[in-house]
Design a protein around this ligand. Structure first.
Ligand SMILES: [Ca+2]
Length: 459
């Protein structure tokens, strides 16, 4: 059930509850009508909001990482269901109002009769006490008259509301007709998935795909295809993107299963954050006869972008806890943070913060080299040692700079690349992407730097 559908049902239940309360509680019919009118008002307002919500909120995310937004058919369906019930309620209200009007007329007649009989009594003369009693009665009657006038005013107001409601119903009917027209066209996915498929994005680029976007890939050992973002540049290189940070919109504090399956959102425009998933990264990185290069790109809060490449990047199977291995640092201007960093706290800092050969850890699965639990302390999943000099799944800190006080555990838990910025500086954007090693160099024969090729215009 999508969030949109749940909303509809909630609102329907609200309407029902509302009417029931008005019936139970109000001793006077007038109050009851007021209750019902309020309820209807509420329902109508809600229905209009839902109409708007329907356009946006019915997006569905599927396992294969697509986000699909159907058209507004759901809203139209709802309106069809909703309308007959409302018509009936309005009819009932009209009946009740008529009843009240009848009773008011009856009461007015009664008052006139009472007044007449009182004045007759006065004329006929009698004991003082009787006259006093009679004038008291008259006062009572006048009060009663006043209250009737007030009630009549209220009835007019209610009638006004009723008319306004009828107008809204008409508007809704109009809207419903418009939606019906729209829904005659078959619903389409709003996410554009490119038709070419392959073992990875380089395979797809080799088949002639020219634009970056979402593609289905099926690595050699994969049982089913899955969606990836392919970054295809002007040199015909196809990078398969396995990680993306851009704005902190996705929470990277996830458990083992979520890191295994992947999380976040893939978009054709590469505007969202995600972790592709350890299983998929394993299948991709271990399939080729040609080894892969992992390219890490980093953007800081001053707008500088740097990169680091690792040759023969592989992620092992789950039985080996998705162990990270690579052959060597292939180059880049961000420095080799995967090899650890000497922070100056301890002589063995560099060894204990290196990442090559580390198994993957999450808060609920501690595979690190530390007595405590690095992943739990830092609220992330990563190839933790004791703990890290590179940490791209860390907490997102707007502005970059943070302190031990900002981190829940007191440890450096940001998006860190220690060979470029201090561990108390969190990157603004990151990406991790893989490409067969024979394609990493761009068409000009030079080792491809981030600034040299297209397709990364916004970085
Ligand atoms: Ca541990």
């Amino acid at each position: 059930m999508t969030r949109g559908q749940r909303l509809f049902i909630l609102q329907l239940e609200n309407t029902r509850t509302c009417v029931r309360k008005a019936n139970d509680m109000a001793p006077s019919r007038l109050l009851r009508v007021a209750g019902i009118v309020t309820c209807i008002l509420f329902s109508l307002t809600s229905a209009q909001t839902r109409g708007d919500v329907g356009y946006v909120e019915t997006c569905t995310q599927i396992d294969a990482f697509g986000k699909y937004c159907p058209t507004t058919c759901g809203v139209a369906d709802y309106l069809h269901k909703y309308k007959p019930g409302m018509d009936k309620k309005l009819d009932n209200m009209e009946d009740i109002l008529e009843m009240i009007t009848n009773r008011t007329t009856g009461a007015a007649e009664k008052v006139t009769n009472m007044k007449d009989s009182a004045s007759q009594q006065q004329k006929s003369g009698g004991p003082d006490t009787y006259i006093k009693k009679s004038s008291n009665m008259l006062e009572e009657i006048q009060r009663f008259e006043k209250s009737i006038v007030t009630q009549e005013e209220q009835i007019y107001q209610l009638q006004g509301i009723l008319e306004a409601n009828e107008k809204r119903m008409l508007d809704l009917k109009q809207l419903s007709i418009q939606l019906e027209q729209k829904c005659k066209d078959p619903c389409k996915d709003t996410v554009e998935i490119q038709p070419t498929t392959g073992k990875d994005c380089q395979d797809i680029a080799n088949k002639g795909a020219k634009i970056s976007g979402l593609y289905y890939v099926k690595p050699v050992k994969a049982t089913q295809q899955f969606l990836v973002y392919c970054e295809i540049d002007n040199f015909g290189r196809g990078f398969t993107v396995i990680q993306r940070r851009r704005d902190g919109s996705v929470n990277f504090n996830r458990d083992w299963t979520q890191y295994k399956e992947g999380f976040g959102y893939l978009t054709p425009s590469d505007t969202t954050e995600f972790w592709l998933g350890n299983e998929k990264i394993h299948l991709l990185s271990t399939q080729a006869t040609l080894p892969y290069v992992l390219r890490i790109t980093l953007t800081d809060w001053e707008g500088n972008t740097k990169y680091a490449d690792y040759a023969t990047f592989k992620v092992g199977p789950e039985v080996d806890k998705y162990r990270l291995t690579y052959a060597y640092y292939y180059g880049g201007d961000a420095g080799d943070a995967f090899d650890g960093f000497d922070f100056g706290d301890d002589p063995s800092d560099k060894i204990y913060t290196s990442h090559n050969g580390m198994q993957f850890s999450t808060g609920d699965k501690d595979n690190d080299k530390y007595n405590g639990n690095c992943a739990k302390q830092d609220g992330s999943g990563w190839w933790m040692n004791r703990c890290h000099a590179a940490h791209l799944n860390g907490k997102y800190y707007n502005g970059g700079k943070y302190t031990a006080k900002d981190a829940a555990s007191g440890f450096d838990n940001g998006i860190i690349w220690a060979t470029w910025h201090s561990r108390w500086y969190s990157m603004k954007e990151t990406s991790m992407k893989i490409i067969p090693i024979n394609r990493i160099t761009a068409g000009d024969g030079q080792h491809g730097g981030v600034k040299e090729f297209g397709g990364l215009g916004d970085m």
